[in-house]
Write a protein that binds this ligand. Structure first.
Ligand SMILES: CC(C)(COP(=O)(O)OP(=O)(O)OC[C@H]1O[C@@H](n2cnc3c(N)ncnc32)[C@H](O)[C@@H]1OP(=O)(O)O)[C@@H](O)C(=O)NCCC(=O)NCCS
Length: 155
């Protein structure tokens, strides 16, 4: 594995959301989500401030502090083991192929190991080829597991 980290960026846990960060995260996130999430500001605040099982990890420029990408790590404690997951992983298209995604994934692994996770699970659509290359380059193996989905009515 080539440790090709971008010199100008570092990864850190976002511990406080201001309006600028919220807008930037939404802007980058819209490259991943098909529509703006409902109650986005509230959701972001929940992940950052309330949910102790989740954290938002960001990659930001060392000098300008501009956010270039992010992901959410989460850990689950079930009756057998402690498992980590990576969700909402995206890098601004203008900053791709610089090693920022790898930097974020390595920090995600460190952070989940710190929380006692024994393994990491990521679900991904088959079209996400760039992400799959990245996961494979970091040693992730594809499992043949069916994911069942049901939309719950709110009324
Ligand atoms: C997946 C994603 C986060 C990768 O971010 P990134 O910062 O460009 O990734 P990196 O520069 O760290 O790439 C690391 C390695 O991943 C692989 N990779 C990344 N993008 C690739 C691409 N477009 N084609 C082929 N391989 C790619 C390469 O092995 C690369 O190493 P290299 O540049 O030394 O060859 C980014 O492409 C993205 O935001 N995609 C859209 C959202 C998405 O699919 N998210 C994942 C949901 S599961």
């Amino acid at each position: 594995m080539t440790e090709n980290y971008p010199e100008d960026y570092h990864a850190e846990l976002l511990s406080y959301v201001n309006l600028e960060a919220e807008q930037r995260i939404l802007e980058i996130g819209m490259n991943l989500w098909s529509q703006e999430p409902d109650n986005f500001a509230k959701r972001l605040k929940h992940v950052v401030d309330v949910d102790r099982q989740a954290s938002l990890l960001i990659a930001e420029h060392n000098e300008t502090s501009e956010i270039a990408g992010f992901l959410v790590v989460r850990h689950f404690i079930n009756l057998r083991k402690t498992v980590g997951s990576v969700e909402d992983f995206v890098v601004d298209p203008a900053y791709r192929r610089l090693g920022i995604g790898r930097l974020l994934m390595q920090f995600a692994e460190y952070s989940l190991r710190q929380r006692g996770c024994e393994s990491i699970e990521i679900t991904s659509q088959p079209t996400r080829e760039a992400a799959h290359r990245l996961y494979e380059s970091l040693g992730y193996q594809k499992h043949d597991i069916d994911v069942f989905h049901k939309t719950l009515r709110t009324t």
